[in-house]
Design a protein. Sequence first.
Lengths: 111, 113
Amino acid sequence: QKEVEQDPGPLSVPEGAIVSLNCTYSNSAFQYFMWYRQYSRKGPELLMYTYSSGNKEDGRFTAQVDKSSKYISLFIRDSQPSDSATYLCAMTPPRMSGLTFGKGTHLIIQP
Amino acid sequence: EPEVTQTPSHQVTQMGQEVILRCVPISNHLYFYWYRQILGQKVEFLVSFYNNEISEKSEIFDDQFSVERPDGSNFTLKIRSTKLEDSAMYFCASSRRGNQPQHFGDGTRLSIL
């Protein structure tokens, strides 16, 4: 079983829609969770960083962590064409710094 | 906004040669990392570096690889005896402390011929 599973998509939605992106993981030691956005030929750009279960909101983005289900989500409200990118989830246990990434979901926002 | 910078953006090297990839982390960050992304695959952790020594490394980071902080600003990844399968994007990242968010550069695309 892969450590972090993420549907690669592509996921295509109309502008203004609410987008839901998800990852599941198998390692219960993971405690820190991140979402990165990656545009073509660019490095991952940090969007959200969370520790512990629950929700965290930043502007149009909400990150949700459910440790009991080993499931994390990123919601994007009022999606814009500029949100079109690959979204990567990443996670790490405490006292370790190497991130384990999902494969990324390719998101397309149609104008 | 401070950022991680990497040079060169694209490196082409003959198989068997040595290559050095360079990174300038964010200035007040203390932890430095290298990752790689083979085309179509996940971003994979290689190594983390703190206080002038390796703090963690993955199975990928074998004797072919080494890292160095030669001065107060640069962080380098050396790959010896390059192989075709070393072709990938290599990303440098830095964080202020361990388990703090990591910020990535735009990567070096390494092509081994």
